[in-house]
Design a protein around this ligand. Sequence first.
Ligand code: HEM
Length: 341
Amino acid sequence: MNLPGAIDWKETVAPDEAERFERYASELRELQRKNARGGTPSRALHAKAHVGAFGELTVAPGLPEPLRVSLFAEQRTWPIYARFSNGSGRNQPDRTADIRGLALKLVGVPGRKLIPGLEDKLTQDFLFIQVPTVPFRTPDEFVSFVRIAAKGPGLLVPRLIGSLGLGRALSLLKGLATMPKVTSMATTPFYTALPLRFGATAAKLAVFPVGPTAVSPGTPASLRDDLDTRLRNGPLTWSLRAQLFVDERTTPIEDASVPWSEEISPFQELARLVLPQQDLTSARGTQLEGKIERMSFDPWHAVEELRPLGAMMRARAIAYRESVLERQAAPEPDEAVKLAG
Ligand code: HEM
């Protein structure tokens, strides 16, 4: 076995996948239209935002060589926008079990970007969910699940078995049932769950909360209320870390359902993410949240050195584009929020 940071990772692109991924993206767009019921469409997935906030990402001093990649090459601070969300394409109460998301957009990042037409933009995004690994092996399984779940909980199990076969349906249901329940978005780690290039090697990224976080007594009514209270009372801090590729068996690029062992490849700190104390309900907070809601967070808003890897990521390249066009998202920002004032 290689050491973490091996460079012999590779992608395997199926000859028919571009056409298949176009079909999946159209299917998600149809769900997005259906959920809009003739009104303004929200995101195809992660429709409900808890909070949109501003912050900073500061690269850790003295990073070892394999971690000094792209925007992590030097110790400096990047302004960021953050959006916390629920995974569903519908606006559901937070008590409904769901994926929870955290999307970050760094602004001012130089270098040629990957999406055709957006090469000169200054943004680099990272998207996270609350699980380190998804139960889906491929985008085909992911979209099958989204398609079936959208029909309602009624015949979920037989429909999944019919679509994926008994074995895959059961392991998928087990994976979903054992997903950690998120009671606060400020105290839970969030993971990219899928790999990206990391210079010469590949990596998965994650953010881990660094306490203590300010909170007032009482039970918050929603995930938004919890974040709102905490941010009103003080800053929130996370450690952004990378887990480096080892080899195809231990840390596969294409099969998204295989966990990358933290014993073999531990997460290593890259930077600190801080959302400073802020009032979401102030005039400035409300304006900022409106702006963030219209933004597009996409793992393909990236430089080549941090290119998303694997079939699930390649499917996302098309799906996010369709969703963003459908809801007429704002163009990429070229300026960050001014921290002072
Ligand atoms: C498994 C890893 C994944 C993670 C960590 C992830 C995370 C996220 C997050 C955090 C958002 C919300 C972004 C925001 O706040 O604007 C989002 C949106 C979205 N995701 Fe994913 N996602 C994953 C997989 C996928 C896959 C496989 C697909 C489809 C093939 C997909 C399709 C979408 C779409 C269409 C949106 C809405 C895009 C928009 O309109 O801005 N995601 N995802």
